[in-house]
Design a protein around this ligand. Structure first.
Ligand SMILES: NC(=O)c1ccc[n+]([C@@H]2O[C@H](COP(=O)([O-])OP(=O)(O)OC[C@H]3O[C@@H](n4cnc5c(N)ncnc54)[C@H](O)[C@@H]3O)[C@@H](O)[C@H]2O)c1
Length: 348
């Protein structure tokens, strides 16, 4: 990778926890990092031996002429920086959600096409050992005809305690865009990217605006400024006649600290990712098969390894344009449906 200069825009959580450790584990040094706030950028530069620190991403693109750009910024900034990086000739790994509208996502992929460069949404749950095992089971046809699925990402109390996740002006949405997008992407990939046609959704703000909840979370956000959803549920119809229920919640009165699961039901079998299991009928006997000996995998490292291999032309991009576009279509249709209080068609 020494010939391919990697730079990172945004020196917050995603850069610190996902991108830098991921590149580092793949022996891919990062040449520069940029943030409006110099302290976190300089701290990460010191930790990872990054030679250059910038405050202005345009200046960084101009001076560094990178081959790969990681976009680790608040959601509403993804489009502008990703398009500029692609136009400057870089391949782009952009944090999730890729964009805040279907039009923005189209614009980003169009820019990639024009530039002849790769653009991938950082959907690391694709690389989970459990999901990979279930993907193989599904692709073998063991489930028969798939008719229903449920993608669930719910936390007992896990409202992000940093950044601008709570503000619509910076993030566009809340729990659906933060954790819902991960589990939705995983489910759509497992299902083989069916075409969504209609979505009906409800969003709720039940916890984030309450001072006594914010105080449990060390007053990490201003409850008066919390203006995104902390719960969302969406019912998605596919053109095949199958459906999917997406549930995303930063906080809920549930038994578990965290629920993360995709359930898929087919005519011949059902499957879950957590636990990774296949439920079917063998020789007239109801059988549950749990896959207990999966090799653990660091999803961030695997994501970077896969992206860098695609950049080198050694493999296809793991997260494909049509998959990310369908995820984006569902997300934006869900917000539109919640706002209008009715089922809506997805936007092309
Ligand atoms: N894949 C994952 O597991 C994961 C985890 C966390 C966040 N994310 C995603 O990563 C993105 C960033 O989230 P985060 O948690 O790192 O947020 P964060 O607030 O920790 O970091 C964002 C950084 O961007 C900087 N910034 C804002 N505007 C800028 C600009 N114009 N130029 C330069 N820097 C600027 C901020 O100062 C901040 O340091 C979001 O899209 C989020 O959804 C993904």
């Amino acid at each position: 990778m020494a010939d391919l200069k990697i730079v990172i825009v945004g020196a917050g959580f995603a850069a610190r926890v996902v991108h830098l450790p991921g590149y580092s584990a793949n022996q891919a040094p990062v040449a520069a990092i940029c943030d409006l706030r110099p302290e976190p950028a300089e701290a990460l530069a010191k930790q990872y031996g990054i030679p250059q620190v910038y405050r202005d991403w345009r200046e960084m693109l101009e001076k560094e002429r990178p081959g790969v750009v990681s976009v680790c910024l608040p959601n509403v900034l993804h489009r502008e920086v990703a398009v500029a990086a692609l136009e400057a000739g870089a391949h782009v790994l952009c944090e999730k959600p890729l964009a805040t509208s279907v039009a923005e996502a189209h614009e980003m992929f169009d820019a990639a096409r024009r530039a002849g460069r790769l653009l991938m949404a950082a959907q690391h749950l694709r690389f989970q050992a459990e999901a990979s095992a279930i993907k193989r089971v599904i692709d073998s046809g063991a489930l028969g005809e798939i008719y229903h699925s449920e993608a669930t990402a719910m936390r007992r109390l896990g409202i992000p305690t940093w950044g601008v996740f709570h503000q619509k002006s910076a993030s566009f949405g809340g729990a659906i865009l933060d954790i819902g997008v991960h589990i939705l992407d995983q489910a759509m990939w497992l299902l083989g990217n069916p075409r969504p046609v209609r979505v009906s959704a409800v969003t709720q703000r039940r916890f984030g605006q309450r001072p006594e909840i914010a105080s449990i979370m060390r007053d990490a956000w201003d409850p008066a400024a919390f203006d995104v959803e902390d719960f969302g549920v969406a019912f998605v119809r596919f053109d095949s006649g199958a459906d999917l229920v997406l549930r995303a919640s930063w906080a809920a009165h549930i038994a578990e600290r965290e629920l993360s699961n995709v359930l898929i039901l087919g005519s011949e079998g059902g499957a879950t990712t957590h636990p990774p299991a296949l439920y079917h009928t063998r020789n007239g006997v109801l059988a549950n098969e749990e896959f207990k000996n999966l090799l653990p995998r660091n999803t961030y490292e695997a994501q970077m390894r896969s992206f860098l291999a695609a950049v080198r032309g050694e493999r296809e991009l793991a997260v494909k344009e049509q998959e990310t576009m369908n995820v984006q279509r569902i997300l934006n249709a869900a917000y539109r449906s919640a706002e209008e209080g009715r089922e809506v068609p997805v936007e092309e």
